[in-house]
Ligand binder design. Structure first.
Ligand SMILES: *Cc1c(COP(=O)(O)O)cnc(C)c1O
Length: 359
């Protein structure tokens, strides 16, 4: 079976070394030395000031919304993973969907201002597939209307914007280190900010609100992560440059084999700094997409409909008219991209796809 993603695993002995240390120290969780080491190494690798390692990317979004004290409406993208929207609702805010740009598949900044009301408190945008948003345009709008900005950078490990880590932008940027992501710690996530006050607030929030052994600064949650997860992150971080290079090679190979024109549709227009985390292809119609899935599954290849359904159609949000997102969601498919994917397998997948769409 070839899945849309397959987690990278480091050599077992390297993980085992970390396990020995955990056994010696009998320090399993609660801000342990490996969590600290991973935070330091991630900050160093990414070139960011402040980063907190958290239990997952969903809690990272929720902590970000809580730390900024957001209320009322949050403008967001309908084309993302469901956690981008569910976190807003879970935190008692209302998602207001603004349609995406057909080329980047990210929120379209030209449509944001029309959606702002007196109740709008923030913009929460995803760098979808690791392709950076039009950050400059979003920041201009946010500054003009005094809105906070959160970026969901769950796909964007290694993505840069104007030569800096994309995690540096926004009041807070969140990310996920889930096993399916390009860089992972089995389960995990992080928040990144340039603001040291926000950092302190979020460090209380992730640990039940504790600001001392017997004192609580605020209502908190358990957003901590363990030494075992940090160990996986430390092992994988050693290989991150290889992982990123391989993703680009896979992307290039698919595009060489399938071209842009053959799909009869549009393809993701890569922005500068893109990390090639996913290989999405947009087919002519949903019917063609379903045919392609069926053919691939017949060959034990499992692509995924990232992202479907369009989030503005969820049963717990106010319906919104986002025709571009609805259209793209109905006919986009992510083809397998994982570290050990070989050129032969990519060739086979490309052949099956081309045969199906040309039939
Ligand atoms: C994976 C993902 C999340 C959630 O991260 P978890 O670590 O799985 O909780 C949030 N947003 C996007 C865009 C994602 O792809």
């Amino acid at each position: 079976m070839i899945n849309v993603t397959k987690p990278f695993l480091p050599p077992f002995e390297e993980y085992e070394q970390y396990l020995k240390g955990i056994w010696d120290r009998v320090w399993l969780t609660n801000n342990g030395p490996l969590v600290n080491e991973l935070e330091l190494k991630l900050k160093d690798y990414l070139g960011v000031n402040h980063l907190l390692f958290l239990s997952n990317g969903t809690i990272a979004l929720q902590i970000a919304i809580k730390a900024l004290g957001l209320k009322g409406e949050i403008i967001t993208t309908p084309f993302s993973f469901v956690a981008t929207t569910s976190s807003i609702v879970w935190e008692g805010c209302e998602p207001v969907f603004v349609d995406i740009d057909r080329k980047s598949l990210n929120i379209d900044p030209a449509l944001i201002e029309a959606a702002i009301t007196p109740r709008t408190s923030a913009i929460l945008a995803t760098h979808v597939f690791g392709n950076p948003c039009d950050i400059e345009a979003i920041e201009k709008i946010a500054a003009k209307h005094n809105l906070k900005v959160i970026y969901d950078g769950a796909h964007a490990f290694g993505t840069t914007y104007k030569g800096r880590s994309v995690f540096e932008f926004g009041d807070i940027c969140t990310t996920s280190f889930h096993a399916t992501k390009l860089f992972h710690s089995t389960e995990g996530g992080a928040v990144v900010t340039k603001d040291s006050n926000l950092l302190r607030e979020m460090s209380f929030l992730r640990n039940f609100g504790h600001n001392g052994p017997e004192t609580f600064a605020t209502v908190g949650i358990n957003g901590k992560n363990s030494e075992f997860h940090a160990a996986m992150g430390l092992c994988n971080l050693k290989y991150i440059d290889d992982i990123l290079a391989k993703r680009k090679l896979i992307w290039d190979t698919y595009h060489k084999r399938m071209g842009h024109a053959n799909l009869g549709g549009i393809t993701l227009n890569e922005q500068a700094g893109f990390n090639y985390a996913y290989c999405p292809f947009i087919f002519e119609s949903e019917q063609v997409l379903l045919k392609v899935i069926k053919e691939l599954e017949g060959h034990k290849i499992s692509p995924r409909r990232y992202f479907y359904p369009c989030l503005s159609t969820l049963n717990y949000v106010k319906p919104a008219n986002t025709p571009i997102s609805g259209d793209i969601a109905s006919r986009i498919l992510c083809l397998p991209s994982s570290h050990d994917l070989t050129e032969e397998v990519i060739d086979m997948i490309a052949r099956i796809v081309l045969r199906t769409i040309n039939n």
